[in-house]
Design a protein around this ligand. Structure first.
Ligand SMILES: NC(=O)c1ccc[n+]([C@@H]2O[C@H](COP(=O)([O-])OP(=O)(O)OC[C@H]3O[C@@H](n4cnc5c(N)ncnc54)[C@H](O)[C@@H]3O)[C@@H](O)[C@H]2O)c1
Length: 341
């Protein structure tokens, strides 16, 4: 089997995950990692068995063995490395959301087209078994057309204050609801035509982070369906899991509930009560399995064959447009119609 030479830009939480998966996959060879924080890049390179590491990713792009690159920089810093990698003729898997502005999405799409390379977005939840099983049920068509969705994705306050303080340059709609918007668009096979959103800025603002505590968006799809997307990232850190996630789909002749709050495991020890997660990634016999890995395998398959990724940049732009409409509605207090002008 030929192995695709792989690299990662951004050696943080997600970069570590991408690097480890490339390292473990039979169809890839991890060549290098890059991070503006050189110490972080060096630590990850060492943990990956001594691959090359760079402070400046443009230096890394001179290595012609590298064919595929994951960009795992913060939400608002995807565009520059993505565009540089495409211009250097590499296939790119960028973390979700594609970008925090539609203009940046469009520039990346133009770079993808010009380069003739793959640009895929890591909306990995589509590969998580509970969501994939839901899509399979819907494909059978027994439940009829979509009527309503409710999607909640909430985090503990450590996420925007400790794990990723840069999240004040993003929003809970970008970071959290983008996953749910992507999923509900995929489930319903409908596009959003209008958005009305409300938000509260109080707790995080009081701590010096200029971002919403919580956002609630009511959307109408074409095809006469509605949905509510909720995101709040101020749960106390004592909550038994970092992320609380729930989706309800009401169809003409059926209902589906997808509860990923617990993922079926409820654990207690002398210090805490918690719900270990397993859908996105779970180590089995020393190798990471789960949605993260399956999504990266799909990316490698697309890079190898030229197939269109299931979560293409063009598709992810539609999710980014809904998030942009949420932000516009938050600013104006008005219902916002799509496509945005
Ligand atoms: N798919 C998922 O389930 C999922 C889950 C969490 C986060 N994410 C996404 O992953 C991305 C990264 O999140 P994270 O938690 O890993 O953030 P992080 O802060 O842990 O890591 C980001 C890294 O990028 C580096 N960086 C910034 N600019 C750079 C540049 N120009 N060149 C090289 N390195 C640069 C930073 O120094 C940092 O080490 C975000 O877009 C986030 O929304 C996805």
């Amino acid at each position: 089997m030929t192995k695709l030479g792989a690299a990662v830009i951004g050696a943080g939480n997600m970069g570590k995950m991408h690097a480890r998966i490339y390292k473990e996959l039979y169809q890839a060879e991890l060549i290098a990692v890059a991070d503006i924080n050189e110490e972080r890049a060096r630590e990850l390179a060492t943990a990956m068995g001594g691959v090359d590491y760079y402070k400046d990713y443009t230096e890394m792009l001179k290595d012609e063995r590298i064919e595929v690159i994951s960009v795992t920089t913060p939400d608002h810093l995807h565009e520059e490395p993505v565009t540089a990698c495409l211009e250097a003729g590499r296939h790119v898997l960028v973390e979700k959301p594609l970008a925090t502005s539609l203009e940046a999405c469009d520039r990346m799409l133009a770079a993808e087209k010009k380069a003739g390379k793959i640009l895929m977005v890591n909306f990995n939840h589509r590969w998580a078994p509970p969501y994939a099983a839901t899509k399979n049920q819907l494909r059978q068509g027994k439940q009829g057309r979509p009527v309503m969705a409710y999607a909640r994705k909430n985090d503990t306050i450590w996420v925007p204050t400790g794990m990723c303080p840069w999240l004040q340059h993003s929003s809970s709609a970008d970071f959290l609801s983008s996953h749910d918007i992507d999923l509900v668009r995929w489930f319903f096979e409908l596009e959003v035509k209008s958005v009305y959103a409300c938000g509260v800025k109080r707790v995080l603002k009081g701590m010096g982070y200029d971002t919403y505590d919580a956002i609630q968006a009511l959307v109408r799809f074409d095809g006469d369906a509605i949905a509510t997307f909720e995101s709040a990232w101020i749960y106390p850190d004592t909550y038994p899991t970092l992320t609380d996630s729930f989706i309800e789909l009401v169809m003409e002749r059926g209902v589906i509930h997808i509860d990923r709050q617990r993922e079926m495991v409820d654990a207690v020890d002398n210090e805490k009560h918690y719900y270990p997660k397993s859908n996105l990634s779970c180590e089995i016999e020393g190798r990471l399995q789960g949605a993260f890995k399956y999504c990266i395998e799909h990316f490698l398959h697309c890079a190898e064959t030229g197939a269109m990724p299931m979560t293409s940049a063009a598709d992810a732009r539609k999710t980014a447009e809904v998030v942009a409409a949420i932000h516009r509605s938050l600013e104006t207090g008005q219902v916002v119609e799509l496509p945005l002008r």
